[in-house]
Design a binder for this molecule. Structure first.
Ligand code: UGA
Length: 432
């Protein structure tokens, strides 16, 4: 089918590439002309495993093209996906201006029946607003259907998640767009759930909030494990084998971050408030997440006492592994807290150093180190802040020799406590 995706961020670009990969003809639209030039030239603005190959392969075959003209995208396709940002506002609510702008652009360009699909994460009832806006601004008075089709991909695993989704959610007002939507997704061989639009929109916020809740739950258990002398990983294994609970998203650490969970939790709390519900449970999820960071910083200050004039090596800046994304990264927040205590930092990340420099500038107190094994040089202690698999291969012997004292604060539980202690490390992790 001919499909248009408006917005070439994480969701839009990966969706476009995967749709092209299964045989659809895809036009990706972005109003940033420089980005479009970059994509046309084979450049990829984000790091996402497997994405560059997929984009270049499908661009070369002609199934994936790029334009900065919304009108062109709308006119050439039967189905138009909206995948533009919905960033948070200072009060926790969602900035809907990008979606509203796109709705007006679609209204101006449309001349015949289209299916307009919202893929961005949006508050419940956005579908109604999009339909109303297009109707209001469309001079041609064209009939069209608005569909909600939330995306569940994780950064760092986006291509895999999109090619093999757990489920596809299609929220509709009438049955008319259902057949076309099913045709788009048939190649992905996933269960398809058809709901009303409000339910589809809520599914996305409810799913992300539940996953964040799961992480805060295990982090709360981690605090109890520390006080009681138990091991949170063993507890997570023990409860996770119960299929009703499941082991995934039960890894304790320094808390969740990224561009989705913190934002979606605040938004969901706000949305609930606006419709008269006080979602106290999610406020507690946020509180536990904030506490988790404080408890970890306290662990560092309890051990090192005064941080002023001490140098700490920090492994990890991205908000999680396999991404260069540093938006709302717990690792960056941790760095900022350590700097505030007066520490100097030597930092490293396999992919996120370039993006991190913009919010954690290099200077007398922050040194970016290209080789993870050189981070410990001249440091008083080492911290693991992001769960990159490759940190498990750190040259521990070299780090042991380089550090003033062999102290490792493992905020992601990457190493095995008994092994670290056998090697002579002062090793502090989370909930173990
Ligand atoms: C999340 C959801 O997992 C996706 O399903 C959703 O589509 C996406 O948000 C979105 O709304 O676009 P993402 O933000 O890419 O995906 O990252 P996650 O893998 O969910 O991780 C989020 C944070 O939780 C990271 O900081 C990670 O380190 C942390 N985390 C994750 C834990 O602390 N423990 C865990 O067990 C799992």
């Amino acid at each position: 089918m001919k499909l248009t995706i408006i917005g070439t961020g994480y969701v839009g670009l990966v969706t476009g590439a995967c749709f092209a990969e299964v045989g659809h003809e895809v036009i990706c639209v972005d109003n940033d002309a420089a980005k479009v030039r970059m994509l046309r030239g084979g450049g990829i603005p984000i790091y996402e495993p497997g994405l560059e190959e997929l984009v270049n392969k499908n661009a070369a075959s002609g199934r994936l093209t790029f334009t900065d003209s919304t009108a062109e995208g709308v006119q050439r396709s039967q189905v138009v996906f909206i995948a533009v940002p919905t960033p948070p506002q200072p009060d926790g609510s969602v900035d809907m201006s990008y979606i509203e702008r796109v709705a007006r652009d679609i209204a101006a360009a449309v001349t015949e029946y289209k299916i307009v699909v919202d893929k961005s994460t949006v508050p419940v009832k956005t579908g109604d607003k999009v339909a109303e806006t297009i109707r209001r601004y469309c001079k041609a008075k064209v009939d069209l259907d608005v569909v909600s089709n939330p995306e569940f991909l994780r950064e760092g695993f986006a291509v895999g998640d999109l090619m093999k989704p757990d489920r596809i959610v299609i929220g509709v007002r009438s049955q008319r767009p259902v057949a076309a939507m099913k045709e788009i997704y048939t190649p992905f061989q996933a269960p398809i759930i058809v709901t009303d639009i409000n339910s589809a929109e809520l599914i996305k916020h409810a799913a992300n909030s539940f996953l964040a809740l799961k992480i805060s739950y295990i982090n709360a258990i981690a605090a109890i494990c520390e006080a009681a002398g138990a091991n949170v990983q063993e507890v997570a294994d023990g409860i996770g084998l119960d299929e009703r609970i499941g082991r995934r998203f039960l890894n304790a650490g320094i808390g969740f971050g990224g561009s989705c969970f913190p934002k979606d939790l605040s938004a969901f709390i706000k949305i609930a408030e606006q419709i008269g519900c006080d979602f106290k449970l999610l406020k507690e999820v946020q509180r536990i997440n904030a506490d988790q960071m404080e408890r970890f910083v306290k662990k560092i200050t309890d051990t090192l006492w005064v941080l002023k004039d001490k140098t700490i090596g920090v492994l990890g800046l991205a908000f999680k592994q396999n991404t260069d994304d540093v938006r709302s990264s717990p690792a960056i927040e941790l760095c900022q807290k350590l700097l505030k205590e007066g520490a100097r930092l030597r930092v490293h990340d396999p992919k996120a150093m370039e993006k991190a420099r913009a919010i954690l500038p290099e200077g007398p107190n922050v040194t970016y180190v290209g080789d993870m094994n050189a981070v410990a040089d001249g440091c008083d202690a080492l911290v693991v802040a992001t769960e990159w698999e490759e940190f498990k291969k750190l040259d521990l012997e070299r780090a042991y020799e380089s550090l003033a004292h062999p102290i490792l604060f493992d905020g992601r539980n990457l190493f095995v406590p008994a092994e670290m202690e056998k090697l002579g490390w002062i090793y502090k992790s989370v909930g173990r």
